[in-house]
Design a protein around this ligand. Structure first.
Ligand SMILES: Nc1ncnc2c1ncn2[C@@H]1O[C@H](COP(=O)(O)OS(=O)(=O)O)[C@@H](OP(=O)(O)O)[C@H]1O
Ligand SMILES: Nc1ncnc2c1ncn2[C@@H]1O[C@H](COP(=O)(O)OP(=O)(O)O)[C@@H](O)[C@H]1O
Length: 475
């Protein structure tokens, strides 16, 4: 990969003449840190001069680092996962900051440790740029405000209503063409995805006669300044001659109109309320959240070993495959453990990874409009919530708690594992020697010690039919 770099703060201070960029050492040989999407946003905004230069990435350290006078003169302070990671970085003097897809974003140089913390380092950031633009896949990597100054700016964090367009009509016509800043959306199910927002921005610009530059800005997914405040800072950085914002909460009237439309789209039953939106955007908005009958769905059965998860999952998947036109993928527990998660054990970290992997694959199925059915024990509420969030970004999620009591599961003891767990020969056994968080967010509970197998499957299918994910015709 060919890289060029530019130093953000000239050596000798902000006023000094810029020095030629030093050669970038082979990045693969340097220690690195992977930033969460929120920290990537912070870093890029900092490098673009939108956030104050002194940046402290990693919330727990912010106050202590500020008190210690860190975070000035263009430094970036970062908390690493372990003290060993910090030691490695300090020994090398450099640290590559990467996004979650491993793309190098910046190099921290002249590293020093942070007093009072054995895991934090501070250094001067040097932005790394991919020579070949990957803008389509990684718009945020190319976030750059060069050449866009002294223009009107429109910030777009939600779809424009007809009223918004009427307000913008006069504003658009004279002088320099505007810069449209599309807010890069974090993974929240009620936020329109960035790809859709970009297409909405293109439609809006085309409707106004074209000519505007469209740029994504990483506003979201961070603590601290609100979207509006960050957008104002970006606009100030651009010396914008005028700023208009279409945000989730502004202007109030149109924002309310959007909230109503969004609720109807998310609900997915009946016609969405799109009358107040330009006709040429209806299709895009409908595609953002398809009606439930065509929308992807992840059904997760959770419960103790032997509670009946796999049996129910199979029964439901068979019925859907034979009685409806929807595609269904059963992520069978044994197959998952043999293939997707082969080699993983039953300690807490392995289970988390196992359930996360299942959730990821299931969400991919849902992204493409399918129904994914999975049945891991999934003992941790936090990880189940992660899977819910992943699924709800692209479709819907239904959690079925197979709430068969532990005593009944142990009585069934299909594989002899409970007996072995009681004897201590199988460690970390859920319900015996490992925890299970009883779901408080279950969409349905089925206790198979009280409900016969056909009725148990029926309860789930009725939920799918009543919820609109399956058509009723063939009940
Ligand atoms: N220590 C321990 N605890 C719980 N379960 C154990 C353990 N060791 C092996 N098994 C067998 O593995 C099955 C559970 O795997 P999962 O992938 O569903 O578990 S988890 O979601 O990762 O917690 C589970 O199968 P099911 O009975 O189908 O649930 C068990 O048979
Ligand atoms: N109403 C019911 N629904 C599902 N399984 C039931 C029911 N009643 C008894 N069982 C039995 O309980 C066992 C559950 O096993 P399984 O589905 O593999 O559970 P899990 O996947 O939760 O470990 C099976 O032997 C199944 O026949």
């Amino acid at each position: 990969m060919t890289l060029v770099s530019d130093r953000q703060t000239p050596p000798g201070g902000p006023g000094a003449a810029p020095q030629p960029a030093a050669a970038v050492p082979p990045l693969g040989e340097l220690p690195d840190a992977t930033l969460t999407p929120a920290l990537v946003h912070d870093l890029l905004l900092g490098l673009a001069g939108v956030l104050p230069r002194g940046q402290v990435l990693g919330a727990p350290l912010v106050r202590r680092a500020r008190r210690a006078g860190l975070g000035g003169a263009g430094e970036v302070t970062l908390v690493l996962p372990t003290a060993e990671a910090a030691q490695r970085a300090l020994a090398s003097g450099r640290l590559v900051l990467r996004d979650q897809e491993h793309t190098p974003l910046a190099l921290l140089e002249e590293l020093t440790g942070v007093a009072g913390s054995d895991a934090a380092v501070t250094g001067l950031p040097r932005r790394l740029r991919l020579r070949e633009s990957r803008a389509a896949a990684h718009p945020e990597v190319d976030f750059d405000l060069e050449g866009l100054h002294h223009r009107p700016v429109l910030v777009m964090g939600r779809p424009a209503t007809n009223a918004d367009l009427a307000d913008l009509a006069g504003w658009w016509t004279d002088g320099e063409p505007p810069v449209v800043l599309v807010a890069e959306q974090s993974d929240r199910h009620d936020r329109v995805c960035t790809a859709t927002l970009l297409r909405l921005a293109e439609a809006l610009v085309a409707g106004m006669g074209g000519g505007a530059d469209i740029l994504t800005v990483p506003l979201e997914g961070r603590d601290g300044p609100s979207d509006a405040e960050l957008a104002r800072r970006v606009a100030a950085r651009l010396h914008a001659v005028d700023v208009r914002m279409l945000l989730d909460d502004a202007p109030a009237g149109s924002a309310d109109t959007w909230h109503r439309a969004r609720s109807s789209l998310l609900d997915g039953r009946g016609e969405p309320h799109l009358d107040a939106f330009p006709a040429d955007t209806h299709e895009l908005l409908r595609a953002w959240r398809l009606p439930r009958s065509r929308r992807g769905l992840v059904v997760m059965f959770t419960g103790f070993s032997g509670s009946g998860k796999s049996t129910l999952a199979r029964d439901v998947a068979d019925w859907v495959a034979t009685h409806s036109s929807r595609t269904v993928s059963l992520l069978d527990g044994d197959r998952v453990r043999q293939l997707l998660s082969s080699g993983l054990g039953f300690d807490e970290a392995s289970r988390e990874l196992n359930v996360r992997r299942i959730g990821y694959v299931a969400a991919e199925v849902a992204r493409h409009g399918g129904i994914a059915i999975c049945s891991p024990i999934a003992p941790a509420a936090t990880v189940r919530a992660e899977v819910r969030a992943m699924a709800e970004c692209v479709g819907d999620f239904l959690l079925v708690h197979v709430s068969t009591p532990l005593e009944e599961c142990e009585r069934r003891d299909l594989k002899g594992l409970y007996a072995a767990a009681r004897q201590g020969t199988v460690p970390h056994f859920t319900g015996i020697s490992a925890p299970y968080d009883v779901p408080v967010d279950a969409d349905l509970r089925v206790d198979t010690s009280r409900v016969e197998r056909p009725q148990a499957a029926r309860m789930v299918l009725d939920t799918l039919i009543d919820g609109g994910w399956l058509s009723e015709e063939r009940r």
